[in-house]
Ligand binder design. Sequence first.
Ligand SMILES: *Cc1c(COP(=O)(O)O)cnc(C)c1O
Length: 367
Amino acid sequence: MKRIIPVHEPVLDGNEKKYVMDCLDTGWISSTGSYVKRFEEKFAAFCGLKHGIAVTSGTAALHVAVAALKIGKGDEVIMPSFTMIAPALAVDYTGARPVFVDAEPKSWTMDAGQIESKITRRTKAIMAIHIYGHPCYMDEIKEIADKHGLYLIEDAAEAHGALYKGKKAGTFGDISAFSFYSNKIVTTGEGGMVVTNDDKLAERSMWLKDFCFDKERRYFHEEIGFKYPMTNVQAAIGLAQAERVEKIIEQKRDMARRYNEGLEGVRNVTRPYEDKDVKNVYWMYGILIEDGSKRTRDEVKKYLFEHGIDTRYFFVGMHKQPPFLVKDGKFPVTEELERKGLYLPSSTNLTDEQIEYICKTIKKAVE
Ligand SMILES: *Cc1c(COP(=O)(O)O)cnc(C)c1O
């Protein structure tokens, strides 16, 4: 059997190897090496922000971001139900509670129109989560946050370089988190970063991620800190990736353009959306298998796999997860996306032949 086309594989064809070898040659492999600072500066500059604080994962970055705002027990953070679980976990880790709103059907990001109905006296923040590379409708969300005096946190783990009205995802709120997991647009294998323009939040994040070490009194700790360091070796990979990030984003968009062409006019398939105010970076190219399809979504997945194409289902809504169960919750859009969604191989190194083959095979499966 020929090789399965994977959903994603990292492409490490820049300075990654050179920089990693430099770490090994010099013995700087812990989080105190110089690549960490260089990567933090490079990535923050890419975002157009003052501060970047590198950590072990996107989940850790979210945890630090929420904790930096002193959100904790008794507090609530409003976020979308259509997401992977990390942002909900990060809120829970602090003792606060995630409160969910449904998704908006076109962009699949949080439905800003539902946020206000979820605000209570306990609400401290809104967490905007950009989905599959499409940014949230940040004007609406920011206006609500400002009106109610809430913090705005962004989970930009899937949206490096995505634009909303010309402004980058991760730059709208008080503090934001990125992930550099191996399938993300910029990768360090495992890793993440907190980014912010706020000097105090940056300092507090640095402090929190490293045991809350007291600056004057060594081995004295005022608060519960974390141990979330990114290693120099990871940062070396990240720096090499960050040097090419604009190119990677263009490759993602080119992948989406080729898929959009190949799937044009295919009945029973909904292609991903790009709002006119938005630059979607297509972290993953997701489609919906509509109800008229010859095969069900599950059968399409199986059919594609039998034809050498790997795919993934969309997220299962947070309101259905046992730790966050919302009784009698109404999340029809999230549930429709969960039922219909499939994302396709989305590596930047897909050839034209592969994309044409995938599109043809999908057409056979659904029409
Ligand atoms: C990947 C991802 C995360 C978590 O990042 P990790 O680095 O895997 O911890 C958080 N939020 C979203 C939306 C993600 O896609």
